[in-house]
Design a protein around this ligand. Structure first.
Ligand code: CA
Ligand code: CA
Length: 96
């Protein structure tokens, strides 16, 4: 697995995205996840671009990342495995 993907999974495995202290460091990383994957970016812009400027701001990226985590974590263990990530991406691609 590439180092980049490892970082992606590390991000989605972070227990609490909503903590104030963590948001400053997590938000840019969440943005990077969507900038790296056009499927997730299109999905995030469609549903989470709350100010409709066709840009995913850090706050929007965080909400989208939390929702992606909810969709992808099929077994609910709080971690996104590579298999879960791929399954969720396929699901989003087929459905949205
Ligand atoms: Ca926006
Ligand atoms: Ca899981």
């Amino acid at each position: 697995m590439s180092r980049v993907l490892t970082l992606v999974f590390a991000l989605f495995s972070t227990p609490t995205l909503a903590q104030t202290s963590a948001s400053l460091s997590v938000a840019p990383a969440a943005q990077a996840v969507f900038e790296r994957d056009w499927v997730l970016m299109n999905w995030a812009l469609k549903f989470y671009d709350s100010d409709h400027d066709i840009l995913l701001e850090p706050a929007e990226a965080q909400v989208a990342a939390a929702e992606f985590r909810r969709i992808a974590d099929a077994d609910g263990d709080g971690r996104i495995t590579p298999q879960e990530y791929r399954a969720a991406r396929t699901f989003i691609l087929a459905r949205y």
